[in-house]
Design a protein around this ligand. Structure first.
Ligand code: ZN
Length: 339
C-alpha cells in the first residue's frame, strides 16, 4: 500500500505526475488467473473449469476478479500430456523471447502470457495452476523457488488446510514452470488419479484448495490474513530413476512397500525397488547422509518415466515465517480487483 500512497502525495505537489500515478496504479491492478489442463491428460481441473464457466456450481472466488484458462487446449483435445513438449517446462524467459516458432506449447505459453500475463491489457497478478498426479500425493502445493509472496500464500493455505508443500528448487534439469512468470503463483497438485480419469474426490480436493486460496488472497488484500508461525516444506534434493540395463529397460520396479507412500520417511536400508525375481533392493543414501531420512514424493508418477524419474527425494524442514513474506503477499494482493 505504501508504494501507492507515496506517488499520490507526489501528485499533489506536482500535477504533471498525476498521469504517471494513474499509469502506476493501472499497472498494479490485476486479477487472479486459474489455469487447468496445463497437462492435457489431467482431466479433473478442466472438467471443473467448464462447470465454473457455466456457474454450475459457481466458483467461490471470495469476491476477487478471476480469469479461467485451459492451459493446453491441443493436448487436452488429444488427451495427451503435451503435443511437442511439456507446457509446464516452456515458460523459461530465454526460450519465450527466443526465435523458436514451430512448437505449439511455446506458442501457447506466449499466448497465455499475452492474454493473462502481468503485462496483459487485463493483467493477472496471481496464478493457480491446477494439476493432478498418478502418485498418492493427496492434496498438496508445489512451490517453485523461494519468492516471499509464494511462501506466504503457501503458509496461509497450509495453516488453513494442512496441505503438505513440495519446494522445488535447484534442479537444473527441470526449469521453465508456468507460475514463475506471474508475480505470485502456486501449483495445486492432487492425487492419486490415473491420467485421463475424472474422480469426484480429486475434483473436490482441487476445488477446496483453490477456493481457500482465493479466501487467503482476499484476506491478505484486506489486511486480515493470519499466517501460522511456521512453514513445513519438503525441499527437493534430487530424483532417482529405476535401475536400468544398458538398453534402458528397467531391471526393477518400485517396491510395493514404497508404492503410495509419498510424504513418508525413507531411511537407509528401507525397501525401495523389487526385481522380477523378487529380490528387494534397499535405499542407499549418498555418502554422508546415512543417518538422515529423506521424504519421497511423486512416487511412480506415470508422466515422469520419460524424464527418468521414479521418485523425487526431499528433506523435511520447518521454517519460521519471515516478516517480509506477509508484506510481499500483501503488496501483490493489494492490486487485486473485485469481481
Ligand atoms: Zn500436471
Amino acid at each position: 500500500m505504501a508504494r501507492i500512497r507515496l506517488p499520490r502525495l507526489c501528485a499533489r505537489l506536482d500535477p504533471l505526475s498525476a498521469a504517471r500515478v494513474e499509469m502506476v496504479e493501472q499497472a498494479e491492478r490485476g486479477r487472479v488467473l486459474v489455469v487447468a489442463g496445463t497437462h492435457g491428460n489431467e482431466r479433473n481441473a478442466p472438467w471443473l473449469l467448464e462447470a465454473w464457466r457455466r456457474h454450475e456450481p459457481p466458483l467461490a472466488t471470495a469476491g476477487l476478479a478471476v480469469d479461467l484458462a485451459l492451459g493446453n487446449p491441443a493436448a487436452y483435445a488429444a488427451n495427451r500430456r503435451y503435443i511437442n513438449r511439456d507446457l509446464n517446462r516452456s515458460f523459461g524467459a530465454d526460450r519465450l523471447a527466443g526465435p523458436e516458432r514451430d512448437c505449439p506449447e511455446l506458442e501457447q505459453a506466449r499466448a497465455l502470457l499475452a492474454r493473462h500475463g502481468p503485462q496483459a491489457p487485463q493483467p493477472c497478478q496471481v496464478v493457480f495452476d491446477l494439476h493432478s498426479t498418478t502418485a498418492a500425493m493427496g492434496n498438496c502445493l508445489v512451490v517453485y523457488g523461494r519468492r516471499p509472496a509464494d511462501l506466504a500464500l503457501a503458509a496461509a493455505l497450509q495453516g488453513r488446510l494442512g496441505l503438505p508443500i513440495y519446494l522445488h528448487e535447484a534442479d537444473a534439469a527441470q526449469t521453465g514452470y508456468l507460475v514463475e512468470r506471474w508475480p505470485c503463483g502456486l501449483v495445486v497438485e492432487v492425487g492419486p488419479v490415473p491420467q485421463g480419469v475424472i474422480a469426484a474426490s480429486i475434483a473436490r480436493q482441487t476445488a477446496i484448495a483453490l477456493e481457500e486460496g482465493f479466501a487467503c488472497l482476499a484476506a491478505a488484500r484486506d489486511g486480515r490474513l493470519r499466517l501460522p508461525p511456521r512453514l513445513v516444506v519438503h525441499r527437493h534434493l534430487g530424483s532417482l530413476d529405476l535401475p536400468r540395463d544398458g538398453a534402458g529397460e528397467p531391471l526393477a520396479c518400485l517396491h510395493p512397500a514404497r508404492q503410495h507412500r509419498d510424504w513418508r520417511p525413507l531411511r537407509a536400508g528401507d525397501p525401495l525397488f523389487l526385481t522380477p525375481e523378487g529380490a528387494t533392493l534397499p535405499y542407499r543414501p549418498p555418502a554422508g547422509h546415512d543417518d538422515k531420512p529423506v521424504w519421497p514424493v511423486f512416487i511412480n508418477e506415470a508422466a515422469y518415466g520419460e524424464k527418468g524419474i521414479a521418485l523425487s527425494l526431499c528433506e523435511r524442514e520447518v521454517w519460521p515465517l519471515l516478516p517480509g513474506w506477509a508484506e510481499a503477499l500483501a503488496a501483490v494482493a493489494a492490486a487485486l480487483e473485485p469481481a
